[in-house]
Design a protein around this ligand. Structure first.
Ligand code: IVH
Length: 667
């Protein structure tokens, strides 16, 4: 018996050590298989000797019996919320307020840390043993979620005491979150299974923590960062950073991005640093929390009713907002796809005004039960088109109307059809005015023929005045016709003519993309051009030849063959040629393939001409390397407006700095 007890203790110590290395320090020491072997041995021994099971045994993480409900837990000290600030001046005002209140002139030391977009929890350790965990609730009373919290591998079931002893009592607060990648996976699985998806990682963390069956919680990879102190007995901290250092030594997980800075200006710099880092982090943050580091000063500053005077959250511009759907319209795209689009009451999301959001297709509308008049959550993520995440059902009004896509094309009345296996309705009338308009807009657009000045409005006007009826007609426009149009005049007509002229000699790949052949995006157009080298060759290409190109599949091949077999398209190409459009194959890729060989680029700040991804692709295509942070190995930093710490670092390291314009010139 003694031997078994000793072995169990030894196994637990081993498992604790390795999960601490793996989950808290991110520094695994053994393979998963080895860990599992030790774990299974522990389970085996505990099964044979159930009287030896202790509440801090790693076996207690897997999730026990389902609960009937959650018991309320009163917090010894209220769990506060935070005041928000939205710009630098509000942060300076916060700092000035504290100076006045505390009657101190010297600058303050701030602890600056990411504001996790998760769920606040409190963990209670008595003599080092994790005895209870709860949600924040209303701040005074939360719910007992101990069983669920135990499944989080980075929460120690017993505090480590190799550096400092465990205090008699430790209440520590933190944020439980759902890692972004795992969240995506979870939602993809739920969607496949026909289950409702979660709106964002925070909701899935909240839902997972409120699971009555801890075995389900155990299957989801929740994680935690601790960031606050409740009631403590047996130890005192002079500063927030000192407390965090102790948390780390006890084996609790503290965010490594936390910084201590002197004065508000230096602290604000951290906000911009973190804003740049935001998209690369494996979890979501919605701002940066500033805390007076000195605990005595915190106490002196005190709290207001629900939030401390000594801390504030500097929020990032929101990526999600709520607004109202004023209407839903059916839009016909250039390929005939009919998409429902929500017309929104205009709203700023993450600093950009959003008026429309795609609803994708009828299935999506039905699945989310979206109705005209509904209040909805709108999301904008990076470069992606705004989307409707969810209806706020509590705000649904009686007059909210269900929407069904029309059965005939809203532009030409042709009956719509839904190809087998597709979710999208289509109009197959090649003369559909909406398709023609959108294909012309696409033809003239940036990545395509790039005819500067020929945008949506002018295309609509030219169609309306019967000056054009196809893309080829663009090349037969006369300057006087254009100058006579409303709000045009000589100068703009001249500019447009010059832009049209320039486009006549565009590279073949752009021309091919501009034609708007289904499934032929910029990348495919490039592959095909590179292979066939002339429009004539592409027109003559057989399916076999097309399929011989790496990355070209049967769908793309069929679409290309179909396009060039259509009589009307042959007429169109003939007319384009007659209009002087002679796209040429340029050996861009080979000529420039090694332009940036051995060079490393870093992009920072806002770019206007391309997205960061595109810019990085240019670098990669030309043999260079795109990195995310500045080091002595950086060749160039391309800095747009709003560049922050990367710019400072580049200057410090004497890295050559380029404007976006200069980078463009290099291309
Ligand atoms: S400190 C005494 N630090 O934000 C101040 N809170 O809006 C109490 N939160 O309820 C909070 N990350 O759940 C603090 N690094 C962080 C945080 C953080 C997220 C949450 C917390 C709080 C809410 C307040």
């Amino acid at each position: 018996m003694h031997d078994i007890k000793a072995e169990i203790t030894q196994l637990r110590q081993q498992l604790d050590f390795h999960s601490y290395q793996y989950y808290v320090l991110d520094n695994p020491q053994i393979s998963d298989a080895e860990y599992d072997r030790v774990f299974r041995r522990l389970l085996e021994l505990e099964e044979q000797n159930p009287e030896l099971i202790t509440p801090d045994s790693p076996s207690q993480r897997v999730g026990g019996q389902p609960l009937e409900g959650f018991t309320p837990v009163r917090h010894n000290l209220p769990m506060l919320s935070l005041d928000n600030a939205f710009d630098d001046s509000e942060m300076r005002a916060f700092d000035e307020r504290l100076h006045r209140l505390l009657e101190i002139n010297e600058s303050f030391e701030y602890l600056v840390e990411p504001k996790m977009d998760g769920v606040a929890v409190e963990l209670v350790y008595v003599d080092g043993l994790f005895i209870q965990g709860s949600t924040r609730g209303d701040g005074a009373t939360g719910e007992d979620i101990t069983a669920n919290l135990k499944t989080i591998n980075s929460i120690p079931l017993r505090l480590r005491t190799d550096v400092i002893p465990a205090p008699a009592r430790l209440e520590v607060r933190g944020e439980v979150y759902y890692p972004t990648e795992a969240f995506r996976k979870l939602n993809a699985e739920r969607e496949k299974a026909g289950e409702p998806t979660f709106v964002n990682p925070r909701n899935s963390a909240a839902g997972t923590l409120r699971q009555l069956d801890p075995r389900i919680t155990a299957k989801r990879p929740l994680d935690i960062f601790v960031h606050g102190i409740g009631q403590i007995e047996g130890i005192e901290f002079n500063s927030q950073s000192e407390a965090y250092a102790a948390f780390g030594q006890w084996g609790l997980r503290v965010n490594p991005l936390i910084q201590v800075r002197q004065g508000i200006e230096k602290s604000i710099e951290v906000y911009y640093q973190l804003m740049e880092k935001r998209e690369t982090l494996p979890y979501e943050i919605d701002g940066v929390v500033f805390k007076l580091n000195n605990v005595a000063l915190q106490q002196q500053a005190g709290i207001r009713s629900r939030s401390p005077r000594w801390a504030i959250a500097y929020k990032f511009p929101a990526q999600q907002e709520t607004t109202v759907i004023e209407d839903i319209i059916a839009q016909v795209g250039r390929t005939g796809a009919v998409t429902p689009v929500a017309v929104l009451r205009p709203i700023f999301v993450g600093g950009v005004e959003v008026r429309r959001a795609t609803l994708h297709n009828q299935d999506e509308i039905d699945r989310k039960d979206i109705r005209i008049g509904d209040t909805v959550v709108v999301q904008r993520a990076g470069d992606v088109i705004p989307e409707i995440v969810q209806v706020v059902l509590a705000k649904r009004v009686g007059s909210a109307e269900k929407y069904t896509l029309p059965s005939n094309c809203p532009a030409c009345s042709t009956p719509l059809f839904r190809p087998e296996g597709e979710a999208v309705l289509r109009c197959d009338n090649a003369d559909c005015p909406a398709q023609i308009r959108n294909s012309i807009i696409h033809f003239a657009s940036k990545g395509a023929m790039d005819i500067d000045g020929l945008g949506e409005k002018l295309v609509a006007l030219l169609l309306e005045k019967d000056l054009i009826s196809s893309i080829a007609d663009i090349y037969f426009l006369r300057k006087e016709e254009i100058a006579a149009l409303e709000r045009m005049g000589d100068k703009s007509a001249e500019n447009l003519m010059a832009a049209i002229e320039k486009s006549r000699h565009n590279p073949l790949e752009r021309f091919l993309f501009a034609l708007g052949i289904r499934h032929v995006g910029e990348h495919v157009a490039r592959l095909i051009t590179k292979h066939f080298k002339s429009l004539e060759n592409i027109r003559k290409a057989t399916e076999e030849e097309l399929l011989s190109i790496h990355e070209i599949g049967p769908q793309v091949a069929a679409s290309i063959i179909h396009f060039f077999s259509q009589e009307r398209n042959c007429t169109l190409l003939a007319k384009l040629a007659e209009g002087g459009v002679t796209p040429d194959f340029e050996e861009t890729e080979t000529e420039f393939a090694s332009q940036f060989a051995g060079q490393t680029f870093v992009f920072t700040g806002a770019l206007e001409k391309f997205t960061r991804k595109e810019a990085e692709k240019y670098v990669n295509d030309r043999g260079g390397h795109a990195a995310s942070s500045v080091s002595k190995n950086t060749t160039y930093l391309v800095a747009g407006p709003g560049a922050g710490s990367k710019l400072d670092k580049a200057q410090e390291l004497k890295v050559q700095i380029l404007t976006e314009e200069e980078f463009l010139n290099m291309l």
